[in-house]
Design a protein around this ligand. Structure first.
Ligand code: HEC
Length: 169
């Protein structure tokens, strides 16, 4: 969940808590005394229901956005992002880059691989396009001869999966 949504949920929760605290424990007057419920409990239950509802909406929207991003990434790169984490571990990308979503990828040699979609250039030398990103991942020095990033041996098809993954981050 994005931090903004988490903050919204927290705000709703705090409001509910404040409303709940502000009430007394007086029973709600009804015509049938047998079904009297303490006001606090009614308020608490409705706040809990509202929170649950809000959480479902937030999670639903987040899931929808994610799946859309994956489809777009697949469409522009032809790769499958779900294969990428394993590939990035195998080719040691995480030794140099921090990569969210890839276990153990905490390298500090180069910049973290986040927000690739928003970049204008790849490696600071070629326009950011799916083909250029794939070409960079396969052989960075073919585009930037003095780059410190080496060839890792990753194939072009594998690099497409990695590029698709990076465009979903
Ligand atoms: C030995 C360290 C090292 C390894 C291993 C490594 N990289 Fe890099 N990578 C770098 C460096 C350094 C740069 C910045 C290079 C430059 O700008 O010339 C870079 C840049 C990049 C960029 C361009 C980022 C940008 O901001 O434009 C991408 C994408 C990238 N690496 C992906 C990968 C992937 C995927 C792997 C694994 C297949 C990998 N790297 C493995 C060191 C490494």
């Amino acid at each position: 969940m994005r931090p903004r949504n988490a903050l919204r949920l927290l705000a709703i929760g705090l409001l509910g808590w404040a409303a709940w605290r502000g009430t007394t424990d007086q029973p709600v007057a009804t015509t049938a005394p047998a079904i009297q419920l303490p006001r606090r409990r009614v308020l608490f239950l409705s706040m809990a229901a509202a929170l649950l509802f809000a959480a479902c909406i937030v999670f639903g929207i987040t899931a929808l956005q994610r799946s859309e991003q994956r489809q777009v990434a697949h469409a522009i790169t032809g790769g499958d992002p779900s294969r990428a984490p394993e590939l990035m571990i195998r080719y040691g990308c995480g030794g140099c880059h921090a990569i969210p979503g890839v276990p153990g990828a905490t390298g500090r040699v180069a910049a973290p691989l986040t927000g690739l979609r928003e970049r204008v250039y790849v490696g600071g030398v070629v326009r950011n396009s799916a083909d250029n990103l794939v070409a960079w991942i396969v052989d960075p020095r073919s585009l930037s001869p003095r780059s410190a990033m080496p060839r890792t041996g990753i194939t072009e098809a594998e690099a497409r999966d990695v590029a698709a993954f990076l465009y979903t981050r």
